[in-house]
Write a protein of this length. Structure first.
Length: 226
């Protein structure tokens, strides 16, 4: 069962909301699920439910609350443009601060991991380098990863990319990370495009999505998940 909770960001004392789900069965750790540019939509809530079912306590921060509390948009050009405007209005530092608040909330109860998609994938990569308390992260199709490939990491990250992604050149990202972070696994999924973790979307291949989830879980288990 998912509920809405309120947390406070250290950067400016801002109170933001987050979707929260308790672990089902024995608790294996905490996970911060970081949204795409479209807000806490049905796909984010589905992901929260998936990780909860695997035994993780989950927080999914609503990282655009400073600009538009509770923002959710359709996956269409208008929704994308509005989301881009919110990124500019809120700023990367504030969004990372919200993620840090989620990590700090979960950390007293065990190891904390992060998984993010699109904008969230970029933020997970940045969080692994800039924030404290992450045990590991899974970054999906983040457009800012290559530009920040030289960032030293405080936690291991796995990167998932779609071969058919028209927004992100998968081979270029993989080559850049191989040069700067050869220890980082980078997987390219041949049947999938951007947003392939969103089951039922046109660019989503269910087998690819399931494989990526298994690989992310394996990384988390290797770094402290019960």
């Amino acid at each position: 069962m998912t509920e809405t909770v309120t947390l406070t960001s250290a950067i400016d004392g801002f109170d933001f909301t987050a979707a929260h789900a308790a672990p089902q069965g024995e608790r294996k750790g905490g996970i911060v699920v970081v949204q795409e540019i479209f807000g806490l939509d049905q796909y984010v809530h589905a992901d929260v439910a998936r990780w909860s079912a695997l035994g993780f306590e989950v927080l999914a921060p609503s990282i655009f609350d400073r600009a538009a509390p509770g923002f959710v948009a359709e996956h269409d050009p208008k929704g994308f443009q509005t989301g881009v405007a919110h990124v500019g209005a809120v700023g990367i530092d504030a969004m990372l601060s919200d993620i840090q608040a989620c990590i700090d909330d979960l950390a007293p109860r065990g190891p904390v991991f992060a998984v993010g998609y699109c904008l969230g994938g970029s933020l997970v990569w940045l969080a692994a380098g800039k924030l404290k308390g992450l045990a590991a992260g899974a970054a999906y199709y983040g457009s800012m990863i290559a530009a920040n490939a030289e960032l030293p990491l405080n936690a291991p990250v796995i990167v998932h990319l779609g071969r058919k992604d028209g927004h992100i050149p998968a081979d270029e990202v993989k080559a850049k990370l191989a040069a700067d972070h050869p220890e980082t696994p980078v997987h390219i999924y041949e049947n999938s495009g951007h947003g392939f973790n969103n089951d039922g979307r046109p660019d989503s291949d269910l087998d690819d999505a399931k494989l990526a989830r298994r690989r992310s879980l394996a990384l988390f288990q290797a770094h402290g998940a019960g």
